[in-house]
Each structure stands twice: as C-alpha cells, then as structure tokens.
Design a protein around this ligand. Structure first.
Ligand code: G4P
Length: 531
C-alpha cells in the first residue's frame, strides 16, 4: 500500500466518516433499527440477518445463550457500511445497566449516539443510565422514537419526558401523523413535506407517490376528526416548540428527535439522510501531547474493547481500536505506548454486517480489530508517534466484591488463564488478598450481572466450574503514603488488605462512612479511587 496520499485526500476520507453508538433500553428496537440501517447501506440483503447472526452466535456459546435468554445484548459489536458519500461506523452497545462500564468505553470510541425509544414506553430506566454516560462523554445525541405503528404515548408527552428526565431540549425534526393502526407517516419540519407510510411496500425507499403535503385529503380520510384537529394544532404549534440549533445539538444541550417504525422500515431513511448531514465528523481526542486533530496528526488510536473466545474452538482475542488520527495502513509499524514496544500490525480487521475482513487501510473515525496479541489492554494507545497516550478510558469504581472459588482444583491452570483473560477484557477487576494463604481472586465489579457473565464464560470457555463467595465490602481504594503509616493502618478491623494484578496495595472498605473515618484519621495517606 502506497504511503503517498495528499492532505486533501486524508481530509476527504476523514470527513466522510460518521461514527456513532446506538443505545436503548432492551426491546426498544435497537437490533431492528440497526438491521434497517444496514439494509440502506446495502450491507445486508435480507431483513432478519442481524438477528440471525446473533442467534447463530448464541448457539456456539452458553454465554451468548444467556444473553439471548435475558433478551439483552452484553457484547458490543462494530459494523461499517457505506451510505451515499459517507462511511458509517455503527457501534452496538450492551443493553443492560450492569454493563455501563463497557458502554462507557464504547461511547468513548463514538462521535455521536443514537438513542432508540419505544413510543409506547418513552424514557425507560436503562435509557436514563445510558444517557448519563452520553452526557459525561459530551457527544451529540439523536433520538429515534420507534414503534409508531403501535399505540404510542402522545408525541408532546414523549418530548416532555425526554426534556424532563434526560435534561436536554428535545427538538422534533419530524412530527408523527397518528399512531398504531392510524399511523400515516410523518410531517418533516424542514421541507414541510409529509411522508406517507405505506403499509404494503414497507417503504424500502421513499417513492415520489408517498411524498405529499399536510393538506392531502388521504390524511383527513384516515384520521378521526379529533386526530385530524389535533395534528393541525400540533403542527401549528411546532414553531413555538424548541427550534433546532446545530451548536446546541453538538454540545449535547439539544437532541434531534425523529419518529418512525423500524420494523416496518418507516422513517429510517429520513432519519439516516438527516443523520449523515448533521452528525459530527471525527473529532479531536485529548492526549498527553495536547489535542490530536484527526486530519492533521499521523496515525494514532486507542483500544476500547477486547473480546476473546467468540469462537471457542479457536482461542482468538480481538482488540478493538478506534483510530483517532491519520491513515492506517496494513503492516504499519506502530508504537505501543504502555510497553514501549514497536508492533507490526499485519492482520487488521474491518467489521461488516456479517463478516470481518482484513483491511489494507483505514482512517480516523474507523474501528479496526487487532487479533491475537495478548499485549493489548483496554486504554492502550497505538501510534506512529513516540510516547503518545490518550487518557480516554477511566475505570469506574467497583461496588461489589466476591471471591471466585475454583471448585475443580485439577483445572487450576485453566482457571488462572480464564481470570486473567477476562480481566484483560475489562469484564471485572481482580484483587488478591495480601496476607492470606489462599489465593482465590477477589472479583470487583460495578454491576452484579458481571458475575454471571464471568462464571458462565469461565465454565464455557475454560471448562472450569466455579463458585462465588460474596464479600461485605463496598468500596476499593488504592493506598499510598509513608510506609510506616500504611503499615499502621488498622487492617484487621474491617479493612481488607489486597493487591491488584500489578501488585499495588488496595484496601476494601465496608462502607463510605468507614472510608471517610480512616481518610480523616490518616491525612498523610492517599486513598485513591482509581489507579
Ligand atoms: P432491542 O435490540 O432494542 O432489544 O430490540 P429489538 O430490535 O430486538 O426489538 C424488540 C421487539 O420489538 C422485537 O419483537 C421487534 O420485532 C419489535 N419491534 C422493533 N421495532 C418495532 C417497530 O417499529 N414496530 C413494532 N410493532 N415492533 C417493533 P419480538 O417479538 O421480541 O422479536 P421478533 O419475534 O420480532 O424477532
């Protein structure tokens, strides 16, 4: 692959990228919408493929089966597809609240988020959690209010919910005409066109016959007089509702709201056409060397996710890297900043809807998979520059602690391998009791569902049955300070003395009260909540 590319080409490639994460409460229609977006990108040819792919995966692993049974998606996946002049990178996020840490990492790799809401349910608990994560990340959020073909909550009420619960101004970019059986389509605010929903054609693409005006007699015919009056009143009121403001959308103060029905493929193309225009191009990332501009700096990126054993027959492990700047080419020599080693990236993958393929080049905004190297951990920076580090992936403070006991001692080696791998993937943090004879790992997690995943995966992928002994502790703090004072801490009274995988001292506390008591009593000691 030639290295000769002009700065104009680099800019053009990067500006065509739209990288977003899709978030929702389970069942709101994230998978269905993803599938329809992929259809528009010609990335799949048949509705049902994404679901089929998930089901196929589910049969290969009990861990995936758990995901299916619970109706949740635990792992994040990445899909790239072209749309018009754009290249879209879609990052799926885990759907369960216990995985907010994983979701956060995925959002760190995205420039925007698309939030899917169920029109009959509005803002659900999981949406609130995910939204908080988006807010911390400070990225623009687009909202797709789904399932308008079913009885829905009142549109104004839905917008109010978004505003009140999520605390951002909800700006309807289009307005639904009816809902459920009387759902007729949407009124587009910008063009003032009405796009009619045609139940038979499933709106695979927008045909001229389906574009009309609000005065079309078909609308009056289909709606009750109450619905018809209501529609006209609401459309009259739209000018008094929040007006779309590009800067406010980019700053996460507004969310652009679209109504539609993913299952019947209505409103998806309207959304996608707007989205590619409005969604941000890859943005600069903060690093130890200042802001890294995507089109100006040479290649750099960071690992935001590691996934192993997707196929249990081959112990494969893939590190997902978000490219932050420049152009990536296959066989490139890059600096792995944490180890200081030079690595040759010879088998990078790009991810498509139903395949992963070796890629020769990729650009800022893209996500590539790096297989097979156990050196990577979450947060690692890879770059052609020396000593560049992105500080993008903070760890969340764990709230639950439990000893993981290996029941079958003859499989100790596999047990250790499994624990180490899952820790590398960021499935949990691992501490070891410092003074104890027993070396059972203590697993520290943000949400308890993570335990089920770890136990299921260790059994499934490493053939080891384990048991969990929950501990009463609630907080972990990395300790450092003068040695005598650290030794003098009342370790035996409630505080558990442990070490992390790198041998650093970590104290586990049973309550916030206990922690504040000791931190006041020992002012020379640092009790840090992250490393
Ligand atoms: P998720 O990924 O957010 O968890 O949701 P998913 O897309 O799996 O959708 C959840 C359920 O809602 C599915 O039904 C799906 O068919 C349905 N659904 C999604 N979008 C729409 C829509 O616009 N209108 C209607 N009426 N239904 C929608 P299911 O019965 O659980 O699964 P399946 O039997 O359809 O596979």
């Amino acid at each position: 692959m030639s290295d000769e590319v002009s700065p104009e080409q680099i800019k053009k490639e990067i500006q065509s990228r739209r990288t977003f994460a899709i978030i929702s409460h389970p069942d709101a229609g994230k998978t269905t919408l993803t599938e329809k977006l992929l259809l528009y990108g010609n990335a799949i040819h048949m509705a049902g493929s994404v679901r089929a792919r998930r089901n196929q995966k589910n049969t290969t692993s009990d861990w995936m089966k758990m995901e299916r049974e619970r109706g949740i998606s635990i792992t994040s996946t990445v899909m790239q597809f072209p749309y018009g002049d754009h290249i879209i990178n879609l990052l799926d996020t885990p759907g369960h609240q216990d995985f907010s840490e994983d979701t956060y990492r995925t959002l760190m790799a995205a420039d925007a988020a698309v939030m899917v809401l169920d029109a009959a349910k509005g803002v659900e608990p999981q949406t609130v959690k995910l939204f908080e994560v988006c807010k911390q990340r400070g990225i623009p959020v687009f909202t797709f209010i789904n399932k308008m073909d079913r009885p829905a909550l009142d549109a104004i009420g839905l917008l109010d919910q978004v505003e009140n619960v999520l605390g951002m101004q909800a700006v309807p970019m289009n307005w639904p005409i009816g809902d459920g059986d009387s759902f007729m389509g949407v009124f587009d605010r910008k063009t003032e066109n009405v796009y009619l929903y045609d139940r038979t054609s499933h709106n695979q693409s927008i045909s001229p016959e389906t574009i009309t005006t609000i005065d079309d007699p078909r609308i009056e015919d289909r709606l009750t007089s109450y619905q018809f009056d209501d529609l006209h009143t609401n459309i009259g009121l739209l000018d008094e509702l929040a007006q779309y403001d590009y800067d406010a959308l980019m700053a996460g103060q507004q969310t652009a709201v679209y109504f539609g029905s993913a299952l019947t493929n209505f409103g998806v193309q309207l959304f996608l056409d707007d989205f590619v225009q409005l969604a941000p191009v890859p943005d600069a990332y903060e690093s130890n060397q200042g802001e890294i501009e995507p089109a100006e700096a040479p290649f750099s990126g960071f690992v935001f996710k590691i996934q192993a054993n997707m196929n249990p027959k081959h112990r494969d492990s893939v590190a997902y890297m978000r490219i932050c700047s420049g152009r990536f080419t296959r066989n490139m020599q890059v600096n792995h900043s944490r180890s200081g080693r030079m690595l040759k990236l010879s088998r990078p993958y790009a991810f498509f809807a139903d395949a992963r393929e070796v890629v020769d080049e990729a650009w800022a905004g893209d996500i590539i998979g790096l297989p097979g190297n156990k050196l990577y951990t979450i947060g690692d920076t890879l770059s052609v520059q020396n000593d560049l580090r992105f500080n993008t992936i903070p760890r969340f403070a764990p709230e639950h602690f439990a000893r993981l006991i290996n029941i079958d001692i003859s499989k100790q080696k596999n047990f250790t391998k499994g624990v180490t791998q899952l820790e590398t993937e960021g499935a949990m943090q691992v501490f070891y009791e410092a003074d104890a004879f027993r070396r059972d790992p203590i697993l520290a997690v943000v949400g308890v569902l993570q335990y089920e995943v770890v136990i299921a995966r260790i059994e499934d992928e490493y053939g080891v049955k384990t048991r969990l002994d929950r501990l009463p502790h609630q907080l972990a703090r990395w300790i450092d300070g003068p040695e005598e004072e650290v030794e003098a801490l009342p370790w035996r009274y409630g505080m558990l003395r442990t070490k992390d995988a790198d041998g650093r001292l970590v104290a586990l506390f049973s309550s916030a009260h206990e922690l504040s008591y000791y931190s006041e009593k020992y002012p020379n000691i640092n009790f840090r909540d992250t490393v």
